[in-house]
Structures are given as C-alpha cells and as structure tokens.
Write a protein that binds this ligand. Structure first.
Ligand SMILES: [Mn+2]
Length: 327
C-alpha cells in the first residue's frame, strides 16, 4: 500500500477541507470505507474539516448510517482543498455531484474496482488494489501502515464493509480472515455487523426479481447459460436472482425516461473457467449506451442514457466471441 506516498501527496495540498465522495447508491463498503478514511484524515490533521458525500445510498446503508451515526451529505457544500473518491474510480459513478466539482481541486482515488480509462485522467494520486476484496480492506491497510489505533467503532465499520463486499465471506482473499481477526481484536462486534447488514427485502424488490425471471431470455453459448432480462428497478438484485435460478451469466436492463442502467453478474465458476471479465465487457457496453461501465470480473454494470437493446446485443456478442475463441 502506498500509504506514505498518500500522506506526502496530501501534505502538498496543505488541506483544511477535504471532501470524501462515494459512488451513487452508496453501498455499505462505500459508506464504511469513507467513514474510516475520514477517521484517518482527522488523525492525520488536527482541526481538519471532512465531509462525506454521496448522492444517495442504498437501503442497507441507510440502516448503518443511522445506527453508527455517520453524517452523509448529498452534495458539496464548500470548495475543498482535496477530493477523495473512495470505492469509485470515475466521475460518472458519483452522479450529479460531478457537475459541482471545481476543476482546479486535486482528486485522489482509493478503490478496488477494475481501473477505468478515466481513472488516470482525473486523479493526481491513486491507490487501486483490484485484489482487495473491498475498499474497507484498503483503508484498513492504510490505518495499519500508519500505526494508528483502530477504535472499536471504526473496526466495526470496516468489518461491515468487508462482510458486505465479500458477500459474507464467499469472495475472500487469503488475507481477509487475518484482517477480520485483527478487527475483532480491535473491538468490532461480529454479531452487531451481521445484524446491521440484515434487511427485509422490499415488496417491490421481490416483484422486480420475479418479473426478471418471467421476462428472461435464455441464450446457450457453448456450455454456458446466459440470461438477459429487463426490469424498471432493482436490476442488480434481479441479476443475482437469475444466478440463483441457474444462469451462469445474467444481464439485466433497467430503463426509465432518459436513463439506462445495465447490471451484469457471473458465477465464480464461469469466471474461473473462461477468464472472461464482466468489468471489461461492461466498459464497452458503457460506450454503446452513451455512458460508462466497469466493475469487477463477476459483478459489473454500466450507466448511460440510450441504446439499451444495442448494449445487451454487444454484451452477448463479446461473450460469444470470447467463449468460442478462448485466449
Ligand atoms: Mn466496494
């Protein structure tokens, strides 16, 4: 981890005010890593003013924010000396806040998603670790390398971020358990973390998942079952539901007025056997739908504003080519 370089860079900005910005529909990893990063900044600089900002947050994050008493603002209220994008690596992901970012403010990026072509263009400093299971894990390492004490509340929030992004320890790296053990020793309460992540599924989410199944189109490519569908919202949840039903890869479109969102999920087995990364596919799909795409090898998405059908066609075409011509 380039922690010392990060500190050196921050020092050159002599920051008094820092904006820590997460992606739209901020999930618990985004919220918890932003929160732990603000703790790091406050330890580093006395009297610093740190704002945590996300255009909106998802349902489970709402519960965490109120339980842990984290203050999240929905837009920039002042001109910061530095902007830190956390759990995001490009400006499209932060939604409307993008339009309020002053051009002359340096941006740093701390993230674990597959790097996006925009990442280098917009950032003056970055820590990108695609192998990290979560951005929370990266922040943990930053705190460790600075030998800062991790307070129980910070340990709990990092544990929540890790639990969420690893889907409760299904997508782990070898290191994850030792990090978690350290967080438990620092005072994180595992049962509390699990409890905060538990949410009842909305009726509308259940309906979206059922509709996605009802409208599913099944494409058999090689030995694989690829499923495409569409809903008006909850496209990521619908993708996961289709995987549970037996799809190896699922693409679900959510379209409303001038907005197109496409979510993509693949099983771990699909990725291991084919080496095909959905992040790369969705990057191309993002261009087709006049927006941006990316993510992880088995979980990715794209946001844009047109050509939803064309986007799906392109995704299927790339999959077909890559499956029939393995590298
Ligand atoms: Mn994350």
């Amino acid at each position: 981890m380039k922690t010392q370089a990060l500190i050196n860079f921050l020092n050159t900005c002599s920051p008094k005010r820092i904006a820590v910005i997460g992606h739209r529909n901020a999930d618990p990893d985004a919220i918890c890593s932003m929160y732990a990063f603000s703790y790091f900044l406050k330890k580093l600089y006395k009297d610093i003013n740190v704002s945590l900002i996300a255009e909106d947050v998802n349902k489970v994050s709402e519960k965490i924010i109120s339980e842990l008493n984290i203050n999240i603002e929905t837009n920039l209220l002042f001109k910061p000396d530095v902007i830190a994008l956390v759990d995001a690596n490009n400006l499209i992901q932060i939604g409307k806040i993008k339009d309020f970012i002053p051009e002359d403010v340096p941006i740093i990026i701390i993230d674990h998603h597959t790097a996006h072509p925009e990442t280098d263009k917009i950032s003056r400093f970055k820590i990108i670790d695609e192998k990290a299971t979560s951005t929370s894990e990266i922040i943990y390492k930053i705190l460790k390398e600075t030998s800062l004490e991790i307070e129980p509340k910070i340990a709990l929030s990092l544990l929540i971020g890790i639990l969420y992004d690893t889907r409760r320890f299904t997508l782990i790296s070898n290191e994850t358990f030792s990090i978690v053990l350290d967080l438990l020793r620092a005072g994180a309460n595992y049962n509390k973390a699990l409890e905060l992540l538990r949410t009842a599924m909305d009726r509308s989410e259940k309906i979206a998942r059922l509709k996605a199944a009802q409208r599913a189109a099944i494409h058999k490519i090689g030995d694989w079952i690829i499923v495409t569908s569409h809903v008006s919202t909850y496209e990521a949840s619908a993708c996961r539901a289709l995987l549970d039903l037996g799809a190896d890869v699922a693409f679900v479109v959510a379209e409303k007025e001038d907005e197109v969102r496409i979510s993509a999920r693949a099983t771990q087995e699909f990725y291991e056997k084919t080496g095909i990364s959905l992040a790369k596919i969705m990057e191309k799909v993002g261009q087709v739908i006049d927006g941006v795409g990316g993510g992880h090898p088995t979980a990715a998405g794209a946001n844009g504003n047109k050509n939803a059908e064309e986007g799906i066609k392109v995704a299927l075409k790339i999959l077909e080519e890559e499956i029939s011509n393995p590298p």
